[in-house]
Design a protein around this ligand. Sequence first.
Ligand code: ATP
Length: 342
Amino acid sequence: MSLAARVRDPARGVDLRFHVASGETVALMGPNGAGKSTVLATVAGLLRPAEAHVRVGDRVLAGGGQWVPPHRRSVALLGQQPRLFPHLTVRENVAFGPRSVGRDAGLADHWLDPVGASALADRRPRQLSGGQAQRVAIARALAVEPDVVLLDEPLAALDVEAVPEVRRVLRRVLAGTATVLVTHDPLDAMTLADRAVIVEAGRVVHEGTARDVLTHPRSAFGAALAGVNLVEGVATGPDHLRSADGRELAGIPRRTLDVGAAAIATFAPSAVAIHRERPGGSPRNVLPGVVTGIEVRGAACRVEISGWLADVTTAAAAELELEPGRDVWMGIKATEVRLDPA
Ligand SMILES: Nc1ncnc2c1ncn2[C@@H]1O[C@H](COP(=O)(O)OP(=O)(O)OP(=O)(O)O)[C@@H](O)[C@H]1O
């Protein structure tokens, strides 16, 4: 089911429209106060701004005199906190939604499996870790088979160790459902979203594939977000990754990597030193590349080298005679490369 939303609220300085195609996940990103929560609350039916048009498939949820109440929207909203019912077991929590709309409560067990919570079915929420509780909350949100899922920073409150597993669960269960994901983390946008929409001061300033929006930012916020290189690949050692195009990177794993499993490396463009000749010394990552783009921003210069970004001073770029097509070497300190399970 697709989602189309137009939200205008002069009191909050919000005036934007966006859409999510059927089965698509869109990352909604922007600085604090940009209007992301206003959009989610409007789609969920928790907020009634001056003007709202919300359509899911053929159903008008808001606009043209219509205002469908939240519980009749078939829109699930999940935030940072799982907010499970403390007095119910995990199974009862997940069964609550289907039961309240007269569906088979036995569906609960069906949803515990994909979030890896089958073994937790008889526990109470207080007996769960933060990551487990959030996985159960995901199952509870999906058990009513909503047309649209809204996720408001679902990984932000989790311990670092719990994040990869919950991210994997989200990737698995969201496929096929129109989803809006509010996140500040480029890694989430890249790994979970088909598209990213950047909102600043209540307006959409950029939208496109997550990779494009983050590698070719058009706003200050996008540029700050994009201060990251993100390389997908496979772990070739506990602290090594081989990218899809065969480049090896050593880094610092946030959690031990399983050899052979999918992994992601992230590093700032400022961590990349550019050389004309192969550098000696000890940076553990020394890789050849070709300059494919140069963007001068005053005294700073962002250089694209075989798909990766490097920041150098404009003076250094001139001294290195950087230009598209030039063969160079990149030195990237392993201590500045973060490795995560994908
Ligand atoms: N209850 C409210 N009444 C009036 N204005 C509000 C209210 N809540 C938020 N605002 C204002 O609306 C604008 C958009 O806020 P919103 O919470 O949607 O931003 P956000 O992008 O979700 O930010 P954050 O990342 O901090 O959650 C801000 O200027 C904010 O100050």
